[in-house]
Design a protein around this ligand. Structure first.
Ligand code: NDP
Ligand code: GDR
Length: 372
């Protein structure tokens, strides 16, 4: 039985990857952070009682900023595969906390690689680094592929650039099986609530149910290549099963705007939107309501406005990946389209919004609006 260690197991990708590896028969170890509230929502459905005999999912307290903790865990667990998914993963937040982001997203990777080497496991333990399309930032070539030059545009991306190269360096210096998946944006109903897709699907579902009046957005003309997290974690595993380690771009090869994603989400709720105004004055008004999923919305309501606080000091305007290498060498093709994913996310957020509304209608407190 293979043993995997996942940093970031409580995150979107970590939760799907843990499910995937358990199905493959792995013993899965995950690092979770100590928090004052429970933070295992995304993996509670696969949680195993640690008192049960021989659990296949084991959680350990830890943090990517803590060298001794990481080294001890790797020494104890002796993983065959380490998936480094843990990160301060929000680009906008990285401008607020640049040093912390550098420490966790940059140095954290070095700490893991160095622990593996220091423990003499560099020939037995394979390493996956969660690299990102944000490395391309101010794009130098379209579509972006493995050979496209990087131009990071945020403290997050600069920290991830360090991680990308230190992973390559340990591969070349010590013969480690270490590789980068350069993943373009991928989403799901488990996406964090402050990333743009989830903010839209959750916000519009709440508006549809009368729980929030209006959604405030930043740069809605940004273009992204969106895939489904389930498709992308499969590829993370595939990258560690080859004869030789290589880096791969993982993307769909299709690009849409944030505005497109807003329109699709609204349409899933039976809401037709009309955009008017320009720049920070732009608004979206309800032009028609064609289903009973949005009982709280009326024609003429303004349900989306622009708020400059959601613009970043340096924007990444456009990203489009070329997944040809992944297709040719690994036979990987994404199964779920961006529109299908959007429909799944809206459906899940509508269920949550209806539940919240039911509670509110029966006099119970529900808190749905959060800064995003
Ligand atoms: P999430 O933000 O959903 O999850 C991040 C995970 O990292 C969480 O488990 C979080 O813990 C954990 N974490 C944060 N800080 C630390 C720390 N100091 N020490 C240990 N763990 C920490 O991200 P995703 O699942 O979406 O992404 C997974 C990885 O892939 C990240 O590295 C991200 O940067 C990268 N990536 C993501 C893409 C995407 O589109 N989703 C695209 C390309 C790369 P907690 O739950 O306690 O907050
Ligand atoms: P990104 O994802 O920055 O690409 O990083 P995010 O969903 O946050 O933004 C995508 C685009 O939407 C624009 N945008 C907004 N974004 C947010 N969060 N909130 C808003 O209100 C808003 N309005 C417009 C953004 O400016 C941006 O252009 C994600 C993360 O998962 C990273 O960890 C990962 O590395 C990259 O994807 C690939």
């Amino acid at each position: 039985m293979k043993r995997a260690l996942i940093t970031g197991i409580t995150g979107q990708d970590g939760s799907y990857l843990a499910e995937f590896l358990l199905e493959k028969g792995y013993e899965v170890h995950g690092i979770k952070r100590r928090a004052s509230l429970f933070n295992t929502d995304r993996i509670d459905h696969i949680f195993e009682d640690p008192h049960a005999p021989d659990p296949k999912l084991k959680l350990h307290y830890g943090d990517l900023s803590d060298t001794s903790n990481l080294t001890r865990l790797i020494a104890e667990i002796k993983p065959d595969e380490v998936y480094n998914l843990g990160a301060q993963s929000h680009v906008a937040v990285s401008f607020e906390s640049p040093e912390y982001t550098a420490d966790v997203d940059g140095m954290g990777t070095l700490r893991l690689l160095e622990a593996i080497r220091f423990l003499g496991m560099e020939k037995t333990c394979r390493f996956y680094q969660a690299s990102t399309s944000e490395l391309y930032g101010l794009v130098q070539e379209t579509p972006q592929r493995e050979t496209t030059p990087f131009y990071p545009r945020s403290p997050y991306a600069v920290a991830k650039l360090y991680s990308y190269w230190i992973t390559v360096n340990y591969r070349e210096s010590y013969g480690m099986y270490a590789c980068n998946g350069i993943l373009f944006n991928h989403e799901s109903p488990r996406r964090g609530e402050t990333f743009v897709t989830r903010k839209i699907t959750r916000g519009l579902a709440n508006i549809a149910q009368g729980l929030e009046p209006c959604l405030y957005m930043g740069n809605i003309d940004a273009l992204r290549d969106w895939g489904h997290a389930k498709d992308y974690v499969r590829m993370q595993w595939m990258m560690l099963q080859q004869d030789a380690p290589e880096d791969f771009v993982i993307a769909t090869g299709k690009q849409y705007s944030v505005r497109d994603f807003i329109r699709w989400s609204a349409a899933e709720l039976g809401i037709e939107l009309a955009f008017s105004g320009t720049g920070v004055e732009e608004v979206a008004t309800v032009a028609a309501v064609t289903s009973d999923k949005a009982p709280a919305v009326k024609v003429g309501d303004v349900i989306l406005r622009i708020d400059p606080r959601y613009f970043r000091p340096a924007e990444v305007e456009t990203l489009l990946g070329d997944p040809a290498k992944a297709k040719e060498k690994l036979g990987w093709v994404p199964q779920i389209t961006a529109q299908e994913m959007c429909a799944e996310m809206v459906e899940a957020d509508l269920v949550a919004a209806r539940r919240a509304r039911l509670l509110r209608d029966h006099g119970y407190e529900t808190s749905v609006t959060r800064e995003g």
